[in-house]
Structure formats: C-alpha cells, structure tokens
Design a protein around this ligand. Structure first.
Ligand SMILES: Nc1ncnc2c1ncn2[C@@H]1O[C@H](COP(=O)(O)OP(=O)(O)OP(=O)(O)O)[C@@H](O)[C@H]1O
Length: 336
C-alpha cells in the first residue's frame, strides 16, 4: 500500500490524500485534474507531496503510463523498454520484461506495427523497467476499441497483478471499477469519497460521486422524520411524503436534502399491488420525446426523473400522468 498526499495550485488546484492498494481507480470528470495528479506524482508537474517530494522524475520509483503511451516511434519495442535503463544489460532486461507481458516475439517491431493493446503492454514493460513501487495508469481504456477493450484490460490487469506493484489508474469510466480493489472519486480538487466500489455504489456521499454509478439528482426536500432502522427517513417533497435512505449519517429531522436515484431502477407501475419495499408515485410528465424505440420523459413532478420507456410499454403515446414504483432504498438523501 502507498499513501499519496499531494498539493498543487497550477494548472489546477488539487489537495489529494489517497491510499493506493492493489488496483485503485480514481474517477473524475474530464478536466477534474486526474492527469495533472499523475504527472505531479511522476515529477513532471511542480507540486508538493509525499512520497517523492523534491526528487527529479528519474529518481522517483514510479512507473507511469501516460494516455496514448508516449512510445518513441523511431525506436523498436525492446528499445522503448530499454530506454530508461542503464546501458549495461539493458537489452537482455528489456527482453525479459517483454517476455513477461507476452511480447518477446514482437520485440523488433516499431510502435506503428503494433496494435493498441500491444503498444499498451510495451508501455507497461517500459514503466516496469526501473522497478517502481507504484504504477500510474492514465485512462487505460481510452485508446482501446470497444470490442476488444475488456479482454485487453483484463490481460493488462493480470500482468499488472503479476508484477505485484500497487496501481493507481485514473479514468472517467466507471466500468473500470469492476476490476478495482479500491475506488476514489475526485471532484472540486479533493477526494470526495474513497472505499470499495460496492461501498461507493451503495452509499455515494453526494451527487458528484453518485453520477459515476448512475444516480441523478431528482429533487429537493426536507426530512420530516427519521425512520426506525438506522439509515431510513421520511422526506417531504412538494407536499408529498416519501420513504428514502440516508446516504450521509449527519442528516436529521428538519434537514434540507437533495434526492438522488438511478432512473434504471425505477419500474413502471403495473396493475397489481405495490411490491414490498417500494412506493408508488404518480408523476406529472412535462415533456416527452422519442429516442429510437424509446420514449424519453423529462421534467416530471414531484421528482424530476429522466426516464426512458420502451415504446411497446407506452403504446398509446405520451400522457400527462405516469405511475412508477421506486424502492425506498433506491431513493437516496444527500446534504443540500
Ligand atoms: N499545461 C497546462 N496548461 C494550462 N492548463 C492546463 C495544463 N494542463 C492541464 N491544464 C488544465 O488543468 C485542468 C485539469 O486537466 P487534466 O488534464 O489534469 O484533467 P483530466 O481530469 O485528466 O481530464 P481528461 O479526463 O479530459 O484527460 C484542465 O482544466 C486543463 O485545461
């Protein structure tokens, strides 16, 4: 495990404390400073921080895979891997590293003669060349084609785990969390939340964390009463009482809150009884338009749920009212 603590002001203000353990994924929106943080840890952007503060890049025990991999186009695969090594024995050591990533046979090729996944493995071998104690991956899936992405990523992670070095991967892609031992979310220059993917998915602390796991903010209200079990509450929205779940422990009776939920978890109400644990809401539809074979509904009340409904389930076309069932555990309450 490596404890990372970095502060910088330019080009973006960041104050980051983060534990990197196994495969750790740092999620953040585009422009939130993910690449800047990795460059700071690698010593390529001025910053204060531990570990490595004050050391030049080549003295830091960091393996860095930038976006696009930054291989030298005029050097063969093995020469790219050997580049950061001391001359003596470099070729043999480079060949060993290429062997570990399954590319020994392609050692003589130039980057232009390699696939995206193969380039990534050459870059991985090069990043491992100086025996790093942490590996930094910038958007490891962004340069890969969708059909082969998961396969290449799984292979990359197998190799990374094989090297036994903790990895910090930054991405805007929550899919990466499927493979992660730890996940953190970067927002407004700080770590908004960190923990296991499951913990963040079940209780995202705010809307910025929630959006990576499919939650959208659907309205605002006031807590009328705390529920009987630890994290439940009754909330009033637009004079309607709803059962919901607290995503932050500090909320109490009278607290003003934001409501969040995953539109994919909302069910169209059928003819029958409300399923246990669910509540039925009669939504007022303000806007409906077609999206392929779906109806897209926006601006509904009392909560503003964006919904995509298969045309077959709403054949008569848009109406003004729509009954939906939402699990109480699905309706999250965040601080306002
Ligand atoms: N060299 C630079 N000069 C000026 N501004 C920069 C520089 N590098 C980054 N920035 C700015 O700093 C902010 C963070 O950029 P950064 O590349 O770290 O974001 P990111 O989270 O990695 O985004 P993305 O997912 O789009 O790559 C952005 O607003 C960017 O415009």
């Amino acid at each position: 495990m490596v404890d990372i603590s970095y502060r910088l002001a330019e080009p973006i203000a960041l104050q980051i404390s983060l534990q990197v353990e196994g495969f750790t994924v740092l999620l953040g929106l585009s422009g939130s400073g993910k690449s800047t943080l990795l460059r700071a840890i690698a010593g390529l952007t001025a910053a204060e921080g531990e570990p490595y503060a004050g050391l030049p890049p080549h003295r830091r025990r960091v393996g860095y895979l930038p976006q696009g991999y930054a291989l030298f186009p005029h050097l063969r695969a093995w020469e790219n891997v050997a580049y950061p090594m001391p001359r003596q024995g470099a070729r043999q050591r480079a060949m060993e590293l290429l062997e570990r990533v399954g590319l020994r046979e392609l050692a003589q090729r130039y980057p232009a003669e390699l696939s995206g996944g193969q380039k990534q493995r050459v870059a991985l071998a090069r990043a491992m060349a100086r025996g790093p104690e942490i590996l930094l991956l910038d958007e490891p899936t962004s340069a890969l084609d969708v059909p082969t992405r998961d396969e290449i990523l799984a292979e990359l992670l197998r190799e990374v785990r094989d090297f036994g070095v903790p990895v910090l991967a930054v991405s805007h892609d929550p899919q990466l969390c499927l493979y992660a031992d730890r996940v953190a979310v970067l927002a407004d220059g700080v770590i908004a939340q960190e923990g296991t993917a499951q913990a963040l998915m079940e209780k995202p602390r705010n809307a910025q964390v929630g959006r990576f796991f499919g939650y959208v903010e659907v309205g605002r209200g006031r807590i009328a009463a705390l529920g009987q079990s630890a994290d439940t509450a009754e909330v009033v929205v637009d004079a309607r009482r709803l059962d919901a779940r607290l995503a932050v422990p500090s909320l109490g009776e009278g607290s003003l809150v934001r409501l969040g939920c995953r539109p994919t978890e909302v069910r169209l109400a059928g003819e029958g009884a409300i399923p246990p644990g669910y509540q039925r809401l009669e939504l007022t539809v303000r806007n409906a338009h077609r999206e392929g074979s779906f109806w897209r509904l926006d601006g509904t009340a009392p909560i503003n749920l964006p919904l995509r409904i298969p045309q077959a389930l709403w054949r008569a076309g848009p109406r003004r009212h729509l009954a939906v069932d939402i699990a109480s555990s699905e309706l999250l309450l965040w601080s306002l």
